[in-house]
Write a protein that binds this ligand. Structure first.
Ligand code: FAD
Length: 275
């Protein structure tokens, strides 16, 4: 196993560009270490990001929140300003794993790992976040809802690192996050949902119901058109193009579809869009 430990971002990007073997970036390690024991170590080339101070800061301005790629869930939980400006980030962070995971795990690691059950991705997508990708050749910013190209696949190229995640500051009328798991802590979502209505419209995002965390675009369009719903079945019907839940060790596709449509229906009804 080879471990490279750059001390500046420029050095890290140079190492990525020049690498003969694919380098695996490591931030908090909470995803990577789960399958560490299964990996053949001879062929493992690791890029340790922990010394890159450029990736540390969390910055809140009038326009946006920027989470440097090493920002942990705990740093967000501890920030009163973030809690006021983006309450769903804090609610979500409190339900990722438990304190040990929250203090090590990063938002960027959650995005890069690309699990369909990722809670961080869910709420970031609902807040219309974008991903800042940096390579030796420059920087590019990709909306998070266009970042994934398939199950655990993304537009990020091997020479690029996630440098930051940006979330726009907007007036919001409604925001809601709900996660269904076996327990309140240390539980990967059976299904989770986040809804935001802001000055740009509706975003309804679900996890664990498709190969990637997904926006429920037909439901968003219906809500924008002012539609109300008479039953959970109506919501379920409108979700059918965007979600395709499967059976796995955590749940069944049927349970996920039922719970997602009921959660949404009852929350919408409470907010004036139900029978
Ligand atoms: C017990 C336990 C409970 C968990 N509970 C939850 C949960 O409830 N909800 C949830 O969503 N997740 C959960 N997770 C998963 C994990 O904690 C999160 O996905 C975490 O955010 C990953 O961040 P990390 O910094 O630890 O990533 P790492 O493990 O360091 O990296 C994860 C992936 O991202 C890549 N990567 C990391 N940083 C960058 C970067 N800057 N640029 C490019 N690639 C990068 C790595 O190469 C790797 O492929 C849990 C994990 C464990 C072990």
């Amino acid at each position: 196993m080879q471990v490279l430990s750059p001390s500046t971002l420029a050095e890290a990007l140079e190492m990525l560009a020049a690498a003969e073997h694919a380098l695996t970036p490591v931030a908090g390690g909470t995803d990577l270490l789960v399958c560490w024991h299964q990996q053949p170590k001879d062929d493992l080339h690791v890029l340790d990001l922990s010394r890159l101070r450029e990736l540390q800061p969390l910055r809140l301005t009038d326009d946006r929140l920027e989470l440097g790629a090493l920002t942990t869930y705990w740093q967000v939980i501890e920030s009163r300003e973030v809690s006021r400006a983006f309450p769903l980030l804090v609610q979500t962070a409190r339900q990722v794993g438990a304190i040990q995971i929250q203090t090590r795990g990063t938002w960027a690691g959650n995005v890069a790992n690309g699990s369909p059950a990722a809670d961080g991705v869910l709420v970031l997508m609902a807040y219309d976040a974008s991903v800042v990708l940096q390579s030796r050749d420059g920087m590019t910013e990709v909306p998070l809802d266009r970042y994934y190209t398939g199950y655990k696949q993304s537009v990020r190229r091997p020479g690029q690192l996630i440098a930051a995640i940006r979330i726009p500051q907007r007036e919001r009328e409604l925001e809601w996050f709900h996660k269904v798991g076996t327990r309140r802590a240390q539980a990967i979502a059976k299904v989770a949902v986040a809804v935001v209505r802001d000055s740009q419209g509706w975003r309804v995002v679900a996890n664990s119901v498709a190969p990637v965390v997904c926006r429920c675009r037909d439901l968003e369009k219906a809500l924008t058109a002012g539609r109300s719903f008479q039953s959970p079945e109506e919501v379920r019907h409108i979700l059918r193009k965007d979600v395709s839940p499967i059976d796995d060790i955590r749940s069944t596709g049927r349970y996920r579809a039922t719970v997602l449509s009921r959660l949404l229906y009852y929350w919408l009804a409470e907010n004036g869009r139900g029978a």
